[in-house]
Design a protein around this ligand. Sequence first.
Ligand SMILES: *Cc1c(COP(=O)(O)O)cnc(C)c1O
Length: 387
Amino acid sequence: MDPRPAHPDSIAAQALGWIDERTRAITPPIHVSSTYLRDPDNQYRSGRVYARADNPAFDQAEAVLSALEGGHQTLLFASGMAAATAVFQALSPGDHVLAPKVMYWSLRNWLTGFATQWGLQVELIDMSEPAAVQAAVRPGRTKLVWVETPANPLWTVTDIAATAQIAHAAGALLAVDSTVATPMLTQPLALGADLVMHAATKYLNGHSDLIAGTLTTGADSDHWQRVRKVRAQLGGTLGSFEAWLLLRGMRTLHLRVRAACASAQRIAEHFQGHARVAEVLYPGLPGCHGHEIARRQMQGGFGGMLSIRVKGGDRGGEAAAVAVAANTALWKRATSLGGTESLIEHRASVEGAGTPAPTDLLRLSVGIEHVDDLIADLEQALDKSHA
Ligand SMILES: *Cc1c(COP(=O)(O)O)cnc(C)c1O
């Protein structure tokens, strides 16, 4: 579509405005074929061979994300983990990579428990301090710096532009897990990142009804071609129906993210200094670590994710936090994030030994319910838990 719509809202709302040429349909059909007809002279001029490698059901969703991220190309994967691990699997044994100490727990587990056995040299550092990144990069040896911002479950902020400079000076790629920021709030490629990853399971789809992941690259490269091969050969390919659902979900991304940001900001401000809350972790609070960087790097809000630390009294913060989660009604006790419904979770018990989450911490994924109802439900749960 030319000229390009000026605002991400318009790109999302119309999913780039593509029309099905054959039927004039505004909503795309779902392509389910696993295989494609070869030309009589034995060529594949359509460019399509087999749906493990490539599927027309992906084209529009991938194009929408490339437009929203300002990227060269996007690939859909069967999960956020399939997308993230493809970035590392496209490296070579012996390569040195840097990743944050505070990051999505399953990926951290895979990096330390599996990728290292496979030969990657994984070093976990404090990614919120550019000086720590500078001290840890090994020029010529470090091939990838992995960043998550804001990062689970403390919502630590990483300065993407500063980290990109350090990575590039050492000859490394910078990849950003931007699941929590979404392309509506941050565009990592414009800040210097080489790759952006999303757990599309979360905000991009937004309805807690599919598992999907995406990678967007700023430019073609040998590494990107290897990422394409990882998807095609290992088969972490998304299903056709899931790709269609994801495209439908992304049409309201801007509205959902804006609503979640506004409510998260209100909730963070409401519970900061609350008699039963020891600390609120949210990049939108001026006192929080990373707030100044977030103000520069996030536009239109600070995201829909925050954590609160519950005061415990005699029983201790962990018991109080678990009791608060037990006593909420509107907030649902469940893992995951980025859906229309608000979720509450005691992270330390999910993550187990080695977690950076304090035992009194509750992670909140703010949905799109009325913010007054969300605050009232937390208030009554905090009350009950102290009774
Ligand atoms: C959920 C999540 C992932 C993993 O995505 P899946 O679709 O569950 O595999 C990665 N990073 C972040 C920040 C996430 O929240």
